[in-house]
Design a protein around this ligand. Structure first.
Ligand code: NI
Length: 171
């Protein structure tokens, strides 16, 4: 496994539409393992292909569904990830406005309205199809990462940005 460089704000890669994954091979497995290591290292919640320069439709997301209420991986538990290849959101429910960040846009926290519940159909690294329903943070992450695959980022969707008081003082 190896750390990959996370593509940053201003890179045109972040505005491009990704192509579907067609080969479920060792190279794909290696990419996913590298992305997990990169995401863990960056202490992020999700990471999409184009964020590591790979223009293919895939993302990974932290899976906190098994954790007890209020617990987090920051307290030392081994993180678990969901891998979604060629994801397609097939159902949404509700609406919730909240804040989210992105590893490609450090320092920006965007207020975005997302569905409360999202069902995604995707393939695992072996090419097996599955359907998954996420709520709350996971639903937000599924939408955020799927947007990345179409070149859409928090900078396009933000209704407003969180203003950090400390940053204001520095200006
Ligand atoms: Ni992002």
């Amino acid at each position: 496994m190896a750390l990959r460089t996370i593509v940053q704000d201003g890179d045109p890669i972040l505005k491009k539409k990704c192509r579907p994954v067609t080969r479920f091979d060792d190279r794909l497995a290696e990419l996913l393992d590298d992305m997990k290591e990169t995401l863990t290292h960056a202490q992020g919640y999700g990471l999409a292909g184009p964020q590591v320069g790979v223009m293919r439709r895939l993302f990974i997301s932290l899976d906190e569904r098994d954790l007890p209420e209020g617990a987090s991986f920051e307290e030392g538990a081994e993180p678990k990830y969901i891998e979604c290849i060629n994801p397609e959101i097939i159902a949404t429910e509700g609406e919730v406005t909240g804040y989210e960040g992105c590893l490609s846009f450090p320092g920006h926290t965007a207020e975005i309205t997302r569905p409360e519940k999202v069902t995604v159909r995707a393939f695992d690294r072996n090419g097996n199809p599955f359907t998954l329903t996420g709520e709350g943070m996971l639903a937000r992450c599924i939408c955020h990462e799927t947007n990345h695959l179409d070149g859409i980022t928090i900078m396009d969707l933000a209704e407003s940005f969180y203003e950090d008081e400390e940053n204001d003082e520095e200006e």
